[in-house]
Structures are given as structure tokens and as C-alpha cells.
Design a protein around this ligand. Structure first.
Ligand code: PEP
Ligand code: MG
Length: 579
């Protein structure tokens, strides 16, 4: 029987293939009582499994050294969880005290830990409970004699077959293992669009749909599936007509992609000869070659917090300098916009006190530049590190989450302090380094004049701007349908910021997800945007759209669209007018 399931479209493209079901080992664990003389053997079995997984993670990490994704950090995190006494020691006590099997012991301990995490409001810690589950799943699979990733060895040797993984859940290392296997896509029951797994899928260009709720239960092994990762749709047992339609769509996408690759060195210029800057959003050094391969003209957003996330303490000035130096060098003279730490909310270096965790609105709390200004010593270390790196290339500083004039003034004073301390120590830096501010709070967008008078450039962070304007948590899948970039309020704010910056002759870029969505490229061009910063893999498609656009034709159409009051109608017009 043919049926369709809808989930979250986390990674675009179309895959057609056969379902390959992955079982959820932790759900299938039984409780066994073991004889007293077997207890130490059971403990040994547990220790052997952990040791095996540890060495497997280490091997996986060394293979991934030049990987374009941030898998290294995920593997480190999973290694850390695996080595935590709560998971490596407590299950041994449970085995000894309750004379039970190792699988049951670790699952019991997992439930205790997850229950503790779930009592905590902090979003970052809640996500870590998800990682704990993934690590335990891996241990249970090893104990049950199904070692390896969820992808397992089963995909090997199935040459020519297009297998689509159907799982309740997958860990980032499972996703990485797909690369060497024959899996063309994956779908899962759980996971939001900002989960680690979703981020990896996007980076690797694998079509994926998450959050399907009960796909694992409804689908049987070897059933034919169509994954439409762009629309978040999964079609099970499609009828021949639908299958044919999707096969055609898929081959058109493939032809299009290979054509796009030829655009790497082409200039991003519109038909009416307006030059557009296409920049990359990156998180770490390994993203640099990917940015260059995709023809990025520079880095429009280096999310520095990702380089050091989850390490437990703040990185020193020298550590930061080293990290920034390598990225600046790697970009070979192209501009690198280094954003100061956007910590707090869901991203933290260290675990907070219980009091801090209890704050109910972390997205509205002491985060980002607010945190940097509250911790002047750390802020000085970061500013000095960026300034030192500025001597080695074309570096700009970007400040996130600004909203008040006094914050901008304080930030500029902090930068002056960092500069004069370096001068005092005779350490060279770029004296004319530019400093810009992110526009990601509605107040900043509305009162953009405050920014234009004080800063050298602006960068619009649409991810947060939409979150705060529409009052929806951007990482909560339950309200994801309300996350609407075409809401007229958003378009009004964007247009206001872009036109105000143009009048003030201050460059304005966009670095939120909207900038990389090629369906919106023409709308943004028509509004006056000239600098787009995005995930490197999105650059060729956006470049193509730019090359086919004539801004003099687009601008009046966009002005008319801006008068429409409903986003569904705006969407309709965008499609109808092919803008
Ligand atoms: C944004 O908010 O749009 C942005 C680019 O910053 P981040 O996604 O890192 O919050
Ligand atoms: Mg942001």
C-alpha cells in the first residue's frame, strides 16, 4: 500500500531506494539475572565493549581529520560521555549489586541520567541527554553482538543498491559511516532541524527527513521509498507514475548540480552587471577547503564559539590566536569576518550552576555580547587574539546580539583597550580593522541608525531575527511551522535595514539561513542586498540565481510584493512571478 509521511525537511535533494531498517537496541534490552560466579565476567564483557567503542571512535576521528563537517567535535563529545564514570563505572556497580546483565545495567543508568537532564531547563544540557542516549545505544549494540554504527556492515557489498536508512534515531557518527556505505539517504522518527545529525546531513549533501514520529514502525524492510529532503516528505511504496515523476526530478537535480559545479570560478554578477559578494559561514578550520572549493569570496561569518564548544573552560588568547591564524591563512588573503563568542542560550563552554540552569528564558538572557561585556577579561583575550590574527590577512570583527547604543559604545571601548594594550607590547595588528554588528534583534533592526552611526558594516542574522520577531524558539520542532521568513514583519525589518544601510553607505550582509536559500535570492536582490553569507555548499546554486537575475526588473516587483500582508500570498507571488 502506498502512503506518505511528513517530517522536517532538514537536508535537500531526492533519494529513491529500498528501506533498510535499523533497530533501536536500547528498546529491546531484556533483564537477565546472572549467577554470582558470572558477575565479574559480565563486568569484563562491559569493559571490553567500552574499550572497543573507544578505539573505534578514535579511529573514526583520525579518518575524519580533513572532513568538511564538525564530526571531530561530536566524536570527542561522545568519547567524553563514554568515559564519564556515570556511564563507565556506575553500570559496573549495578551489575555487581543487582547481578544483572551489562545491557540492562547501562540502560538503567541511562534512564537515571536522562531523567536528571530532563528536569533541567537549559536547552544545551537537554541536548546532551540526547547524546547520552546515542552513546548508550552504541554500547548496547556492541554488547548485543551487532557492533559498528547503526549503518553496520550490512550496507557493505550491496553494490548498486540504493538503501535508505529508516531509524528511530541516529548519532552523528552513524551518519558519517554512511559515507563509505551505499546509503543514499536517511529518515528518522526523532530529531529536530537543529540537531547535530541534521547539521551533518546538510554539510554532506545527503537528503534527509527527520521527526517522522513513527516511520520505523510503519515501514518494512526493502519497501521502496522516495525521500524528498527538500519538502520533508517520505513516500512509501509509490505507484509507478509517482516513481517515474520522482526519477525524472532526481535526474534533473543531478544534471543541475553538475552544471553548478562549473560555476565555481564564475563571477557572481547579475544580468545588469551588479557584482554580488558570496561569502561562507564556517565553524572551524576544516570548513576552509570546502568554502574555497565552492567559490566563496571570503568568510562572512566565523562562528568562533563552535571551535571551542563543550571543552569545559574558556580558551586562552594564544589558543584562540592559533585557531584564527590558521583560518585566516587558509583563506589566502580573502576576507575573514570573525564573530566574537555567541555563547549562552544553547551554546556553552562550561556547565553552569543550578541557579543559572534554572533561568527560564535562556535565549533572552545573559548571552552573546551581553556575556562578553559581563566578562571583560575573556572579552579582552578574544579581541586581542582577533587583532593579532588581523596582521596576517584581511580580518573583520563582527559582534553578535547587539541592541543598545551603550553596548556598541562599550564594545568599541573594549576594542580600543585591546588595541592599546597590543600597541604597548609592540604587537602588530591591522590598525584599520573594521568592526560590524549583527542585526538579529528586532530592536536593532528598527533602530538601525544607532548601528550605522557607530559601526563599519552590518550583518543580518535572520535566524535569530525571525526567532525574536515572531516569538518562536528556533530549535523547538513543535513550533517550527511558525518559523516564517516570509512573514511581512520580517520582510519589513529586512527592507528597512538594507535601505537604511544603503543610504548611509554602510555595507550590509546577510548571514542567516535565508541568505543561502536560493528560493529567496531574487527577493533579497530586489530589496537591495548585495552580500550573502551561507553554508559553502549553497553558494553555487545562489550564484546561478544571481547570474540569471536583472535587478532593475526585480526591484519594482519586490516593492509590490512588500505591500502584501499575508505570507502565503507573498509566497504565491514569488512563485508566480518566478522571482
Ligand atoms: C543568525 O542568528 O541568523 C546567525 C547567523 O547566527 P546564529 O545562527 O549563529 O545564531
Ligand atoms: Mg544568531
Amino acid at each position: 500500500m502506498s502512503f506518505t509521511l511528513h517530517g522536517l525537511a532538514v537536508s535537500g535533494g531526492i533519494a529513491i531506494g529500498q528501506a533498510h531498517l535499523i533497530s533501536q537496541a536500547t528498546l529491546e534490552v531484556s533483564h537477565l539475572v546472572i549467577a554470582p560466579r558470572m558477575v565479574e565476567k559480565e563486568v569484563l564483557r562491559f569493559e571490553t565493549a567500552l574499550a572497543l567503542i573507544r578505539s573505534e571512535f578514535a579511529a573514526l576521528k583520525s579518518n575524519m581529520e580533513h572532513s568538511p563537517t564538525d564530526i571531530g567535535a561530536f566524536i570527542d563529545l561522545h568519547l567524553m560521555i563514554l568515559s564519564d564514570p556515570e556511564l563507565s563505572e556506575v553500570p559496573k556497580q549495578i551489575i555487581r549489586e543487582r547481578r544483572c546483565n551489562a545491557e540492562w545495567a547501562i540502560v538503567q543508568q541511562m534512564e537515571v541520567l536522562v531523567a536528571q537532564f530532563e528536569k533541567i531547563d537549559d536547552m544545551y544540557l537537554r541536548e546532551r541527554s540526547y547524546d547520552v542516549r546515542q552513546v548508550v545505544e552504541r554500547v548496547v549494540r556492541e554488547l548485543a553482538g551487532h557492533p559498528g554504527h547503526a549503518a553496520g556492515k550490512s550496507g557493505k557489498g550491496v553494490k548498486g543498491e540504493n538503501l535508505i536508512v529508516v531509524a528511530h534515531d541516529l548519532s552523528p557518527s552513524d551518519v558519517m559511516a554512511f559515507k563509505d556505505q551505499h546509503f543514499t539517504s536517511f529518515v528518522t522518527d526523532v530529531g529536530g532541524s537543529t540537531s547535530h545529525t541534521a547539521i551533518l546531513a546538510r554539510g554532506m549533501g545527503i537528503p534527509a527527513v527527520l521527526g517522522l514520529h513513527n516511520a520505523r514502525q510503519l515501514i518494512r524492510d526493502k519497501e521502496t521509498l522516495i525521500v524528498d529532503g527538500t519538502r520533508g516528505v517520505l513516500i512509501v511504496n509509490p505507484d509507478p507514475r509517482i516513481l517515474e515523476e520522482y526519477e525524472l526530478k532526481k535526474s534533473l537535480i543531478e544534471i543541475e548540480r553538475s552544471k553548478l559545479r562549473l560555476l565555481k570560478t564564475a563571477r557572481a554578477t547579475t544580468l545588469d552587471k551588479v557584482k554580488i559578494d558570496l561569502l561562507a559561514n564556517i565553524e572551524e578550520l576544516s570548513d576552509v577547503p570546502v568554502a574555497l572549493e565552492n567559490g566563496a569570496e571570503g568568510v562572512g561569518l566565523l562562528r568562533t564559539e563552535f571551535i571551542f564548544l563543550g571543552r569545559g573552560d574558556m580558551p586562552s588568547e594564544d589558543e584562540q590566536f592559533e585557531a584564527y591564524r590558521k583560518i585566516v591563512k587558509g583563506m589566502e588573503g580573502r576576507s575573514v569576518t570573525i564573530r566574537t563568542f555567541d555563547l549562552g542560550n544553547d551554546k556553552n563552554m562550561h556547565s553552569e550552576s543550578t541557579e543559572e540552569r534554572k533561568r527560564s528564558n535562556p535565549a533572552l538572557g545573559l548571552r552573546s555580547i551581553r556575556l562578553s561585556l559581563a566578562e571583560p577579561k575573556s572579552f579582552q583575550a578574544q579581541l586581542r587574539a582577533i587583532l593579532r590574527a588581523s596582521k596576517l590577512g584581511n580580518v573583520k570583527i563582527l559582534i553578535p546580539m547587539l541592541s543598545h547604543a551603550h553596548q556598541i559604545d562599550q564594545t568599541l571601548a573594549a576594542l580600543e583597550q585591546a588595541k592599546s594594550s597590543l600597541r604597548g607590547e609592540r604587537i602588530a595588528f591591522d590598525e584599520s580593522i573594521e568592526i560590524g554588528g549583527m542585526i538579529e534583534i528586532p530592536a536593532a533592526a528598527l533602530a538601525v541608525g544607532l548601528f550605522l552611526r557607530r559601526l563599519n558594516f552590518l550583518s543580518i542574522g535572520t535566524n535569530d531575527l525571525i526567532q525574536y520577531t515572531l516569538a518562536i524558539d528556533r530549535s523547538d520542532e513543535q513550533v517550527s511551522s511558525l518559523y516564517d521568513p516570509l512573514h511581512p514583519a520580517i520582510l519589513m525589518l529586512l527592507s528597512h535595514v538594507i535601505s537604511s544601510a544603503e543610504k548611509a553607505h554602510i555595507p550590509v550582509a546577510m548571514c542567516g539561513e535565508m541568505a543561502g536559500d536560493s528560493r529567496l535570492t531574487r527577493l533579497l536582490l530586489g530589496m537591495g542586498l548585495r552580500q550573502f553569507s551561507m553554508h559553502p555548499a549553497q553558494i553555487p546554486e545562489v550564484k546561478q540565481k544571481i547570474k540569471q537575475s536583472d535587478i532593475s526588473e526585480l526591484a519594482p516587483i519586490v516593492r509590490r510584493i512588500m505591500r502584501i500582508e499575508e505570507s502565503a500570498k507573498i509566497q504565491e507571488q514569488i512563485e508566480r512571478l518566478n522571482i
